[in-house]
Ligand binder design. Structure first.
Ligand SMILES: [Zn+2]
Length: 395
């Protein structure tokens, strides 16, 4: 079946409307309300639109949770999820979007545009609007508008995935070029390490103490000498990075320091390798603490907590979602390519919830700056790609 057409003027209007709304992370209510208005106007059943309670679990709270939308299929077939994030960064507060030739930018020069990621939201809404307007039979479609992406993926991290149900293919629309299909991202893990020693007077009875600073020094030196800090490259195991970035402790030179606090991180595209690096860091601090003792034999203690910032993932080049996205981009005469990013994406968390997603750009340029623009031809291409992905093709 030939590709369904889109109405470019209406598509652009949707973007202008959404970009003009303030809505930094945690303050997404107004933009979500507008998204719901646009979707119900397109014919989406109001009862099929709901929020999860991600905001109640986020460290900043927030006005609303993630917005989930169910569009039942009129044909059997794979369920396709389209997602985008609704929040913007603070530099976009006061955005006044206007068309300038081939691009949209904020006419107020002191603000960013907020195309990251209102362009993603508008592209998805456009695709659904055109699909429903065409009355063409289609397989089930689900939509997901994330909150709080810009503050460390808090919305997707706290997604109530049980509300989402079965998803067979997923496409996340976020910043960047339309040709770029991000099919993998690195994973990051942070450690907080507390080293507990025993205090003593450093001049009168240093032997009665066990220094937490010595424990820290010993552990860090051990990690460094064995190649587990900085760029970690272990043939047969994998590649990653590790860093001890923060260290604090002690108040006086005449005290054997009883407590040192450190913060460290490990990253790798391969989650097994990242876990291994974390394991080595934990081992080094635990054994350094055990080795440093008071004269009476009281050893130190390491108290370590770890947090996964986001899980790494990698989709195979022949994954059905990758193949479908590739085909949709190619149909528009563009040359798709796969990319792996060192940052985190909502797709990292989707993957963790068992939903492998390809992330596609919508033509946003210079995001998070006052120079941010939206390339109109690329945005319209993203609308067409989104529509192609939810309307049956001829494959
Ligand atoms: Zn974004």
């Amino acid at each position: 079946m030939p590709a369904l057409p889109i109405d470019p003027d209406a598509a652009l209007k949707r973007f202008l409307k959404l970009a003009a709304i303030d809505g930094i992370s945690g303050k997404e209510r107004e933009v979500m309300t507008q998204i719901i208005t646009l979707l119900t106007a397109a014919g989406v059943d109001e009862l099929a639109i709901r929020f999860d309670d991600a905001n109640t679990r986020s460290h900043i709270g927030g006005e609303v949770g993630n917005l989930l939308v169910d569009i039942p299929g009129t044909l059997p077939g794979p369920t396709t999820l389209l997602s985008a994030h609704a929040d913007t960064v603070p530099v976009c507060l006061g955005s006044t979007p206007a068309i300038d030739g081939d691009v949209v930018k904020s006419v107020r020069e002191s603000t960013g545009l907020g195309a990251d990621d209102r362009a993603g939201c508008a592209a998805i809404i456009t695709a659904v609007t055109e699909l429903l307007r065409s009355k063409r039979p289609h397989a089930p479609v689900k939509l997901l508008f994330f909150v709080q992406e810009e503050i460390g993926l808090s919305g997707s991290r706290h997604l109530d995935a049980s509300l989402l149900g079965q998803v067979d293919r997923a496409f996340n629309f976020d910043g960047g070029r339309i040709e770029k299909m991000t099919t993998g991202a690195t994973g990051g893990e942070r450690l907080t390490i507390l080293l507990h020693g025993t205090p003593a007077h450093a001049g009168v009875a240093p032997q009665a103490g066990a220094s937490a600073i010595v424990m820290a020094a010993r552990a860090i030196d051990e990690l460094y000498r064995n190649g587990w800090l900085g760029l970690v490259n272990k043939p047969g195991l994998g590649v990653g990075t590790a860093n001890v970035g923060v260290i604090s402790g002690g108040d006086a030179t005449n005290v054997i320091t009883p407590l040192v606090r450190l913060r460290a991180e490990a990253r790798s595209h391969d989650s097994a390798m990242r876990s291994r690096i974390v394991e080595e860091i934990i081992k080094a601090f635990r054994s350094a603490a055990a080795e440093i003792k008071t004269e009476a034999g009281v050893a130190g203690r390491a108290e370590i907590t770890t947090t996964v910032d986001y899980e790494s993932f990698r989709l195979a080049d022949d994954h059905p979602a990758v193949v479908a996205a590739e085909q949709a981009i190619r149909e528009l005469g563009r040359q798709p390519y796969c990319d792996v990013t060192n940052g985190g994406l909502d797709a990292n968390w989707l993957y963790r919830y068992g939903i492998p997603a390809v992330t596609l750009g919508c033509g946003q340029c210079d995001i998070h700056t006052t120079n941010e623009t939206l390339a109109i031809p690329d945005y319209l291409a993203a609308c067409r790609v989104a529509l192609r992905l939810i309307s049956p093709g001829d494959e």
